[in-house]
Design a protein around this ligand. Sequence first.
Ligand code: PLP
Length: 366
Amino acid sequence: MRRELFDIPEGVIYLDGNSLGAPPKHVAERMQEVIRHQWGTRLIRSWSEGWWETPQRVGDRVGRLIGAAPGQVVVGDSTSVNVFKALMGATAGTTRTEIVCDESTFPTDGYIAQSVAGLRNLELRQADPSSLDLTENTAVVLLNHVDYRTGRLHDMKELTEQAHAVGAQVVWDLCHSAGVLPIELDALRVDYAVGCTYKFLNGGPGAPAFIYVPHHRQATFDNPLSGWNGHSEPFGMKPAYEPDPGIARARVGTPDILSMLALDAALDVWDDVDLAELRERGLALTASFRQHVEKLTSLEVITPDQRGNQISVRCENARNVMDELIGRGVIGDHRPPDILRFGFAPLYVTDDDAIRAAETLAEIVN
Ligand SMILES: Cc1ncc(COP(=O)(O)O)c(C=O)c1O
């Protein structure tokens, strides 16, 4: 519990860290330094004083939180763009015929999978992760680790093995699980993973996303967006594209340094976090909120036991109920047509917050 490290207004119960994480206090000060000193005093020299390598350096910091050894994660672009890179990479040269994507996926993943299917002349099949029915026609499976709507946690080990058993690759979207539980990308031999950093990692609005390409895939990873930042000699200004041999080949264009350095600063609060302990706290908070909602209201909690740090509740007039909750200082969000979502970031949500939020919800709906 590190609430004192975060800027959250007095009296606010913030349960939307699964959408936009709260700002660690020191980020504002660090950004002053970045803008005044690195951008101001050092001017263009800052590119050779660390800025250029920031995507890989910050990528390694994220890598530690998702079970990736150094040199396999790069930050930059958005999750949508990184889903595109990963799916194009996983389907390059395939003789298989389909992409499979989870049917309740966050929409952007489905839209991008549809584009990739069109570009590669493949079918896109949507399926429930409990019955993917993968076959030797499946080139790649795109899965959300935690479902954004219900909070359901999918079994990464089991589903990765299912894909590999038929010779398919797997792309995991970790938007709702990075910073929630221990993840073992290397140990599970995951092929690609992507995710955003503005939710539980508190990187700030629109903070750059990440992409994981493991060492064993890097030499053949064909980044469809062959921008100059991914070139083996970006300052050679050569006419032909030759990809960097390592993870830098997943880069595209000039990194958004200000956002990236805000993320870098935000990651300081993660330096000594034990993810197994954090997971226990997340499970305790969500269990307590669930119990109180079930005891105090007749609302249906739709989040299963296998879950991330989110509890979703079915509720008529979800939008109005959420507006009323926010008016009373309990900030969550809603998704159409009738779902209230409450995210529990254990770094700053307290046991008392979980109980008071359920009580406030009960006052409104009863
Ligand atoms: C599972 C998932 N994937 C992708 C995204 C969004 O991607 P982007 O950052 O490109 O908007 C979200 C945003 O909420 C998400 O929940």
